[in-house]
Design a protein around this ligand. Structure first.
Ligand SMILES: *Cc1c(COP(=O)(O)O)cnc(C)c1O
Length: 457
């Protein structure tokens, strides 16, 4: 078994040949996608929606290919999951090898090395120089749920605080933790209690310094909850669904300092911002933040379902044996994929690639901002960059959200072979979350499409 952890001697899977270029050969969606969509509509719940009814057959690097042969530049990476690139050969090889060795035993019955190796890698790469431990689970929401469980157990306290514009998942507890009710919570109550929403730092809108915004957040926590009842504060260092909101300098360290002084567990939800996306393994590092617990998911296993809670050993060990776990949590195939992801980040120098992508994207979007006055703000770090669109003439005054422009650009771009995601509480943010395999040439090509889409508004 040990040699399966060394990807250097793994059989390199033959990746499907997908040229790294945009190519549209039918209407979008094409006839085969339309036929599949008709089948899907009959049997898949309407509660599961798809942004673009284009059915994907193959993918590699930064390109996805649909069933009609159209090739799209993927600037969403499955919402930041295929961060190291689609069907990356070392991940595919690790999955194939592990699938042939063992698919499942259940770590809580008979354990295996791959789970331990992922926990070692997480301990090594999450911020902070202290003993750390992990629990592996299946999804981001499950990691959030476990982070809260662990913090409550450790502190013996009840309340959970989150920040405005945050997103944490679709389970019962996490629905209560999201800022946005529609579509995530509408009609699904009653919700978990003891969840409190504090104001965040949103420099484009609040104009506050980090210290001012932190004072506002802390005043809320102290007045509305009281520090002695607060188990944890759950924060996305860069808010994902909220629209890549980067907090003002000093905001997060001030919150952490207050949490530490008051025995509150500081939990960084790095599910979208983590795993090399921002040029650091975890975005917390950009802010000098050393969370007590870090939540990972999305990019952690190159496309396989895996998530983790990692943090201070004394907090992680407060739970009684049997209190944490689950049937599929830390599945061996997902863990083998994750080990390959960590190795790929190192061997391909992907932290530097994230910096390159951030510089290229930011420069391109700032250029567009000079041409189009509806681009109110360009922000983000590394391969996590967004632009917030506002109504004409309001970019420096009232900053009225312009969701219609965002939807129109995303739709036009898709027709031209560029997949971009929307975000933001008001749906007025276009977010770029490409894989770290995307070249500057592909970004430049995608930006000409975005430019045309802006011009066509
Ligand atoms: C996606 C996401 C989640 C939820 O993850 P799932 O795997 O969809 O349950 C939680 N927090 C953040 C910041 C996310 O981006």
């Amino acid at each position: 078994m040990t040699d399966t952890l060394d990807t250097t001697d793994q059989t390199t899977a033959s990746a499907p040949s997908v040229t790294q270029e945009r190519r549209i050969v039918t209407a979008v969606p094409g006839p085969r996608s339309q036929a599949l969509h008709a089948r899907r509509t009959a049997v898949v719940s309407d509660g599961v929606s798809s942004v673009l009814p284009v059915y994907i057959e193959r993918a590699h690097g930064a390109i996805v290919v649909d069933v009609d042969g159209n090739q799209f530049i993927d600037l969403g990476a499955g919402i930041g999951v295929t961060t190291i690139g689609h069907t990356e050969s070392s991940v595919v090889g690790a999955v194939q090898d592990q699938a042939a060795d063992v698919l499942h035993t259940l770590f809580t019955i008979t354990p295996y090395e791959e789970y331990v190796r992922v926990a070692e890698l997480l301990a090594e790469h999450t911020p902070g120089d202290f003993a750390k431990k992990s629990v592996l689970v299946n999804s981001g929401a499950e990691a959030v749920e476990n982070g809260v469980k662990i913090a409550r157990k450790y502190t013996g306290r009840r309340a959970v605080a989150v920040l405005d514009h945050g997103y944490h998942g679709r389970t019962n507890l996490t629905m209560a933790m999201n800022y946005k009710a529609a579509p995530y919570a509408t009609g699904y109550g009653p919700f978990a209690g003891d969840v409190y929403h504090a104001p965040n730092s949103y420099p484009y809108h609040d104009g506050l310094s980090g210290a001012e915004a932190a004072a506002r957040t802390i005043a809320y926590l102290e007045k509305r909850i009281g520090a002695t009842d607060l188990a944890c504060l759950v924060v996305e260092p860069i808010q994902g669904e909220g629209g890549f909101v980067v907090p003002a300098e000093g905001y997060l360290p001030a919150l952490q300092e207050w949490c530490t002084a008051n025995g509150v567990v500081f939990i960084a939800d790095e599910i979208q911002s983590g795993m090399a996306r921002t040029g650091e393994y975890f975005a917390s590092s950009h802010f000098g933040l050393v969370p007590d617990l870090v939540l990972s998911a999305k990019g952690i296993a190159g496309g396989l379902p895996l998530a983790a809670v990692t943090g201070r050993a004394e907090i992680m060990d407060a739970s009684q044996p049997g209190g944490l776990g689950g049937t599929f949590g830390g599945n061996p195939v997902a863990c083998a994929a994750s080990v390959a992801v960590f190795e790929s980040i190192e061997s391909r120098g992907l932290l530097a690639e994230a910096d390159r992508i951030g510089a290229t994207l930011t420069a391109a979007l700032l250029e567009l901002q000079r041409k189009y006055d509806i681009i109110g703000d360009v922000r983000g770090i590394g391969a996590m960059i967004a632009m917030e669109l506002v109504q004409p003439g309001t970019a420096s005054t009232t900053k009225e959200p312009n969701a219609a422009a965002v939807s129109a650009i995303a739709a036009t771009a898709a027709q031209q072979g560029v997949l971009v995601l929307t975000a933001g509480t008001y749906g007025n943010v276009l977010r770029f979350l490409p894989s770290l395999a995307v070249s500057d040439e592909l970004i430049a090509d995608a930006m000409t499409v975005i430019d045309q889409a802006l011009a066509a508004l």
